[in-house]
Ligand binder design. Structure first.
Ligand code: PRP
Length: 210
C-alpha cells in the first residue's frame, strides 16, 4: 500500500505550474482547481495532500516535516539554508539574483555600501566574498524604492524580465547567481517514504527532460 505524500506548493504562478506538472504525472487532486480560499487539498485515490503556502515558507514546511516534499526557488534555499534534501532542479521559475542601483551610477568603492534587500544572508555572503563592508536594510517588498528614494546605494534582488528595474530607472551592476525552482524533500520523510518520493522524483525527471 503506497503512502500519502504531503506536498507544499508555493502560492502563485510557480505553484500553479508545478501543480499542473504533478497532475500530469498522476498526482492530481481535482479539488485544487476549484477557486476557493482553502489551503489544504487531499486526494485519496492518488495518495497526495497539497498545502498552498507562502513561497518563502515552503522550505520551513518541508524542513519541519509537515510536508514531505515541496517546490521552492533556489533563492529561498540560499537565503534560509534549510536542512532538507534538494532532489531536483526543475529548470523553470528561472531568474537571477543581482545587485542593482540607479542607472548611470555604480557601486561605491570608497565606503560601506548600503544594501536594501529581502535576502540579507545572500547579500552578506556575496559582499563578504568580495571583502566589501555593507550595511543591510532589510525590506519585505518593493525593494526598488530604496535606491530611488536614497535610502540605500543598491539593492540585492531577483531580476526576472528586468521590467521592474527598467521602469524605475535602475540597472544591474553585478549578477550574483542564477535561480530556478527546486524539488526538495524532508530528510526523515524521505527515509520513511523512499519508494514514493523516489518514484515521484523519477517521474518529474523524465517529464522535464522531454
Ligand atoms: C520580484 C522582485 C522584483 C521583480 C522582478 O518582486 O523583487 O521586484 O519581481 O521581476 P521583473 O524583473 O520581471 O520585473 P515581487 O513581484 O515578488 O514583489 P515584491 O515587491 O513583493 O518583492
Amino acid at each position: 500500500m503506497s503512502k500519502m505524500i504531503n506536498i507544499a506548493l508555493p502560492k502563485g504562478r510557480l505553484g500553479e505550474k508545478v501543480y499542473n506538472l504533478f497532475e500530469k504525472l498522476g498526482y492530481g487532486c481535482p479539488a485544487i482547481l476549484e477557486n476557493s480560499r482553502k489551503l489544504v487539498f487531499e486526494d485519496e485515490e492518488n495518495n497526495v495532500r497539497y498545502f498552498w503556502v507562502k513561497p518563502s515558507d515552503v522550505a520551513i514546511y518541508v524542513e519541519t516535516g509537515v510536508a514531505d516534499v515541496g517546490v521552492v526557488g533556489k533563492d529561498i534555499l540560499l537565503e534560509q539554508n534549510p536542512d532538507v534534501y534538494e532532489l531536483l532542479d526543475l529548470g523553470f521559475g528561472k531568474c537571477r539574483m543581482a545587485i542593482a542601483g540607479k542607472k548611470g551610477e555604480h557601486l561605491p568603492t570608497d565606503r560601506t555600501v548600503k544594501v536594501a534587500t529581502k535576502f540579507p544572508n545572500i547579500a552578506k555572503k556575496y559582499f563578504a566574498s568580495k571583502s566589501r563592508e555593507i550595511d543591510i536594510i532589510k525590506l519585505n517588498g518593493s525593494i526598488e524604492l530604496a535606491p530611488i528614494l536614497g535610502m540605500s546605494d543598491v539593492i540585492v534582488d531577483i531580476v526576472e524580465t528586468g521590467t521592474t528595474l527598467k521602469e524605475n530607472d535602475l540597472d544591474v551592476y553585478e549578477d550574483i547567481v542564477n535561480i530556478s525552482a527546486r524539488f526538495i524533500a524532508n530528510k526523515t520523510g524521505f527515509r520513511f517514504k523512499t519508494q514514493e518520493i523516489e518514484l515521484m522524483k523519477s517521474k518529474i525527471e523524465k517529464e522535464i527532460a522531454k
